[in-house]
Design a protein around this ligand. Structure first.
Ligand code: ZN
Length: 302
């Protein structure tokens, strides 16, 4: 079923705008500079009087000022783009361009072109966001109005879906912090996995706590873990689905090489391949990501 915007877009199909005249006659300086710009060899002698076929649209370029040459149809041949921009479809991607040539252009002739919207797709859901594929047809004519070539340009005009899947999710609960644990969460913000270390006996402990269970010292500092370890155990959570998480998601008990164990998420995409004993390494999400937890990925050495 057509949406209202699609009906409006389709009303532009087949409306022919033109002629729009080339600013300049086919000339040698432009050919030379065009060849130089796209780094192709200079013209062989037998083609000295001809323009390269692929240069066809160049003759109709409006130039920096954007003004059409005198005598041109001044209607906007890209009016359909304004409609799309008005509706927020401001992203643009060229998808393909086809040129057809009827004959080579000869030095000294002056061409013109007409423009029309040839087709508009239904609204498509693309990975960039929802959008429409628009095909423009530009037809080129010589001074006798004979067709010398044509160009079909297909573009995707889309409404950028700038929010990632993660951002669209409701935020999950934030960790509860206190004076014993805040160093851990602050470290994660900076991409550091910090482990509490007793300065009395050197024992590492996790989760963090106020006193050493071995020597009862209240003094501690931190050690930055390398983020390497192995899966000591894991579960895959299917239910309950906590707000802000997508099930199924794996949670691991990771035995870090430093000698402590840590509960942390494992990469959901790898959940089918997880086994106890697999080597894993921590990958930190961007600093402001919601959970501020390293996600453990399977290491290449497995
Ligand atoms: Zn201790």
């Amino acid at each position: 079923m057509d949406d209202a915007l699609l009906v409006e877009l389709k009303s532009h199909i087949g409306v022919c705008i033109g002629p729009v005249h080339a600013w300049d006659r086919v000339n040698h300086p432009m050919i030379r500079q065009w060849r130089e710009a796209i780094d192709i060899e200079q013209q062989p002698p037998q083609e000295q009087n001809e323009a390269p076929a692929t240069m066809l649209p160049v003759w109709l370029m409006a130039g920096l000022g954007g003004q059409p040459a005198p005598g041109s149809d001044l209607r906007d041949h890209r009016a359909i783009m304004k409609v799309l921009e008005r509706e927020g479809f401001c992203g643009i991607l060229g998808t393909n361009c086809e040129q057809e040539y009827e004959r080579r252009l000869i030095l000294g002739e002056r061409i013109s072109s007409t423009y029309e919207v040839e087709s508009v797709s239904d609204r498509k859901q693309t990975r960039f966001g929802p959008g429409y594929f628009i095909t423009f047809l530009q037809s080129f004519h010589d001074e006798t109005k004979a067709l010398v070539g044509s160009m079909r340009l297909r573009i995707l005009r889309y409404r950028p879906d700038t929010l990632t899947k993660m951002e669209r999710r409701p935020p999950p609960p934030q960790p509860a912090m206190n004076q014993d644990t805040s160093f851990f969460w602050e470290g994660l913000k900076q991409g550091k996995l910090l482990i509490q270390r007793c300065t009395g006996c050197g024992q590492l402990r996790h989760p963090p706590g106020p006193a050493c269970t071995q020597c009862q010292s209240l003094e501690w500092d931190t050690l930055e873990a390398q983020g390497q370890g192995e899966i000591y155990s894991f579960v895959i959570v299917h239910k309950p689905i906590f707000e802000g998480f997508e099930a199924p998601h794996p949670i691991g008990l990771i035995a870090l090489d430093e000698g402590i164990r840590l509960v942390a998420p494992l990469l959901a995409a790898e959940r089918e391949r997880l086994t106890i004993g697999s080597r894993v390494h921590a990958v930190f999400e961007t600093p402001d990501s919601y959970h501020r937890m390293p996600i453990f990925h399977l290491s290449a050495e497995n």
